[in-house]
Ligand binder design. Structure first.
Ligand code: 6GU
Length: 228
């Protein structure tokens, strides 16, 4: 898979892919991530990428020209499965969307800023608008990093068997059960007895019960809408 991320703040995206599972995915050529600085495509003599909103109001709007030129260049080079705009007014990200996006070959992600991009960019190029939750970030970069991480870890070969994505919270609409490691006792707190015996069937049942209980307590909405 190839992911192209379009941003006015490329440095914000240096950290998230430099370590751990994302780094391994890049090293193993499971994914290519290309960060593009929108400002480099501005034909304005001061490299401006934003302007006042028509109709007034506070906040600047990202202009069409540099974004359109960059998107046109990329689209001429390859076909994209989706051109995603990260925006708080997009569709709320869920695991099933990540599962679907992980099957793609080329994805483009445009990070919004200020009051957002000129609506005509959205009308002309964007195939999907995604928010990562009901809160406001100062820009789409961290959201693009979240989305990329959630997608890349699903690509075959990125996670080992021992950390299979299939056992994650949300893959089966249940939260994950509690986990424990050594020591078996810490300041008088003991690991549940059942995990210390070797009865794998009993352990599986216990974990499932714990998952259901946690989901009932913390996210009953997941149990109410099993199709989601
Ligand atoms: Cl995608 N962008 C911004 N700026 N804020 C957000 C978001 C995206 N998703 C949730 N909040």
């Amino acid at each position: 898979m190839r992911i192209d991320i379009l941003t006015i703040l490329p440095r914000l995206l240096e950290g998230p892919f430099a370590d751990s599972i994302m780094k391994r995915a890049l090293d193993k050529d499971c994914v290519e991530i290309h960060i593009h600085d929108i400002r480099e495509y501005s034909t304005d003599k001061h490299k401006k990428v934003d302007d006042y909103a028509f109709g007034g109001g506070a906040g600047m709007v990202m202009t069409i020209q540099p974004i359109a030129d960059l998107i046109e260049k990329l689209k001429a080079e390859r076909e994209y499965d989706e051109v995603i705009y990260l925006t708080p007014d997009g569709e709320k990200l869920e695991q099933r969307m990540c599962n679907q996006l992980s099957l793609g070959t080329n994805l483009m992600m445009l990070c919004g800023h200020y009051k957002g991009v000129d609506q005509r960019v959205r009308d002309m190029y964007i195939t999907r608008e995604i928010s990562i939750g009901d809160y406001v970030l100062s820009g789409g970069e961290l959201a693009a990093a979240v989305l990329t991480d959630a997608i890349v870890r699903l690509i075959p070969g990125v996670l080992g068997d021992e950390t299979s994505a299939l056992s994650d919270s949300f893959q089966d609409q249940l939260l994950a059960p509690p986990v424990y490691t050594r020591p078996a006792e810490y300041n008088g707190r003991k690991v549940p007895e059942i995990l210390m015996g070797g009865n794998l069937k009993a352990i599986d049942e216990w974990r499932h019960e714990q998952s259901v209980r946690r989901t009932q307590e913390r996210r009953p909405d997941l149990l109410d809408h099993p199709e989601k």
